[in-house]
Design a binder for this molecule. Structure first.
Ligand SMILES: C[S@@+](CC[C@H](N)C(=O)[O-])C[C@H]1O[C@@H](n2cnc3c(N)ncnc32)[C@H](O)[C@@H]1O
Length: 221
């Protein structure tokens, strides 16, 4: 069993209302950069907007097909208010989430107080790239999060999945990105191209375009 349990770090998941870990470990001069706060403003109504998005069902089906009744050890990057946990298919005690917006994470920890690890900050600021490479059954960046991670970040995400694990990316096509996403066109295109390049580089990845705005890459099977 891995380390993400209450036994190994009893304090790690005892979050109360509105007390997600602070996003304070930033490079010099960047502590209140918009990179870290852009989603704060919409966090209180994000779930209401998101609930109606048509691609959510396809994500749930893809994870269900891959893992069935067994919760994966999961890494969710750009986790936001916790959609992946909301699906009920991830076990909070087996899940690590990463997001730079404390506002978004606050909502996540209110809904999922037993989440094993809540890592505030951008994906490129995390240290688990090196230490936990190949350690996750499921690595996800959904709801347009790949647009913020960039191509190198996506490659690193792929490396975090176990051999036979699943990488799940949801990109929005540039013309279909929801306004709240706030990503510019070049970020959206880089996210899409990154997913396509990954598909060509890693054997066993499958690329699915669902409707007009979803790409899923399934690793393993
Ligand atoms: C549209 S939300 C998606 C949230 C969630 N994954 C979902 O599907 O509902 C995008 C999230 O990516 C986060 N984000 C932005 N830049 C990021 C980065 N560099 N690394 C990780 N997450 C980032 C934002 O703070 C935001 O919560």
């Amino acid at each position: 069993m891995h380390e993400l349990t209450s036994q190994t770090n009893p304090q790690s998941h005892q979050y109360g209302r509105k007390i997600a870990p602070a996003t304070h470990i930033f490079p010099e001069g960047q502590s209140f950069d918009t990179d870290f706060t852009a989603f704060d403003a919409i966090s209180s109504y994000y779930d209401d907007v998101l609930a109606t998005h048509p691609t959510r069902k396809a994500i749930i089906q893809a994870v269900g097909r891959r893992f069935g009744a067994f919760a994966p050890r999961a890494l969710d990057v750009g986790a936001g208010t916790g959609f992946m946990l909301d699906t009920g298919m991830l076990a909070p005690a087996l899940t690590t989430v990463v997001d730079p917006s404390r506002g978004m994470l606050n909502h996540l920890v209110v809904k999922h107080p037993k989440t094993a690890r809540v890592l505030p900050g951008r994906w490129d600021q995390q240290t688990l790239h090196g230490t936990e490479r190949g350690g996750f059954d499921l690595v996800s960046a959904v709801g347009g999060a790949p647009a913020f991670v960039g191509y190198e970040g996506l490659r690193e995400l792929r490396e975090m999945a176990k051999s036979g694990g699943m990488l799940l990316l949801e990109n929005f096509l540039p013309d279909d990105a929801p306004a709240y996403l706030g990503a510019d066109r070049s970020q959206l295109i880089e996210g899409l191209n990154g997913a396509r390049v990954l598909k060509n580089e890693f054997r066993g990845l499958e690329l699915v375009i669902e409707g007009r705005s979803l790409i899923i890459i399934n690793g393993g099977n």
